[in-house]
Design a protein. Structure first.
Length: 99
């Protein structure tokens, strides 16, 4: 199996793991987190860059799997600078994305 085939297979497995983690997040957080960490590990091993929407599902500080509504809080700032504030409820880290 060549490098391209391995990377395609890895991309498929990453998507499957993330989808499964989303389904399990409410029932069993530890299982969902381990599946998400495994997806990240596969990407690192094959030097794949995770898509932006998947990268946003990891806390920047504690590196755990976060999903809005279950273990993170998302707020829109009302000040002059419009930003999306994401608060990880596991480590209380707040990071902002400009709108």
């Amino acid at each position: 199996m060549g490098k391209q085939a391995a990377k395609l297979l890895a991309q498929e497995r990453i998507l499957i793991l993330i989808r499964s983690a989303f389904q399990k997040i409410d029932d069993d957080y530890e299982l969902a987190n381990s599946q998400a960490q495994l997806a990240k590990k596969i990407a690192k091993r094959l030097r794949l860059k995770l898509p932006y929407d998947i990268r946003q599902l990891y806390c920047k500080k504690c590196k755990r799997f976060i999903v809005p509504g279950s273990n993170c809080r998302v707020r829109i700032g009302r000040s002059k600078i419009k930003a999306l504030r994401i608060t990880c409820l596991l480590c209380n880290n707040v990071y902002r994305k400009l709108l």
